[in-house]
Design a protein around this ligand. Structure first.
Ligand code: GLN
Length: 205
């Protein structure tokens, strides 16, 4: 099984390492690729869009022709996960700053996002997130706390039809799932806990 991390800008290496550790812990063989070109996405069943700068990442996704491949992989039953800037890109709608900065949205998750919503005072913080991951296939489901690392995080301001909130911070959605697409406003690749990357891998077809 091959999965990849969109590797054009942002915290790519951290996701690659975390996916490798997660696969090892699950005892499954997964090839984890740093995606720089469209051709590398052949036979790929999982894609992570990392945190970073959403305008830049989204423009590079278009420039390198990765958009069509991400759409194809999702349509064929593969799994897509966005973290932080990646979540902004996956949303169907963004606030004025998303529009003004020309973020090219993939519109795969029926949420509205507010970019840099926490403002300067609370630009970055760590807080325990409450997760309630539903069971799928071999995965029995999981409920508990996960260390949430928030860095200039967006806020999910509206959750539409078809979207399940699977993680919250004091009642506010910070991780959502729509079918085989996961979107998180925090950074699970920056903690020692591989739970979310393992969950991503268990969703693979
Ligand atoms: N706020 C940033 C953006 O809009 C995202 C920050 C991050 O991914 N850590 O691009």
């Amino acid at each position: 099984m091959k999965v990849g991390v969109v590797g054009l800008q942002g915290d790519v290496e951290e996701h690659v390492q975390q996916l490798r550790r997660a696969a090892e812990e699950l005892g499954i063989t997964v090839k984890v690729v740093w995606i720089r070109e469209r051709d590398e996405m052949k036979d790929m069943w999982g894609v992570v869009i990392p945190g970073g700068e959403s305008t830049t990442i989204s423009r590079l996704i278009d420039k390198f022709g990765l958009r069509e491949e991400i759409i194809r992989i999702r349509e064929e039953g593969g799994v897509i996960m966005g973290t932080c800037a990646g979540t902004i890109i996956l949303a169907v709608e963004g606030d004025e700053s998303v529009v003004e900065k020309g973020v090219s949205l993939l519109k795969m998750v029926n949420i509205k996002v507010d970019r840099n919503a926490f403002g300067r005072q609370r630009e970055s913080f760590e807080a325990p997130v409450h997760l309630d991951l539903p069971p799928t296939g071999a995965f029995k489901g999981w409920r508990g706390e996960f260390p949430g690392v928030f860095i200039r995080a967006p806020r999910i301001t509206d959750v539409g039809e078809g979207v399940d909130v699977v993680g919250d911070l004091n009642g506010e959605p910070v991780m959502v799932k729509q079918g085989n697409v996961l979107a998180l406003t925090f950074h699970p690749e920056l903690t020692d806990d591989t739970l979310i990357h393992k969950y991503f891998l268990t969703l693979l077809p």
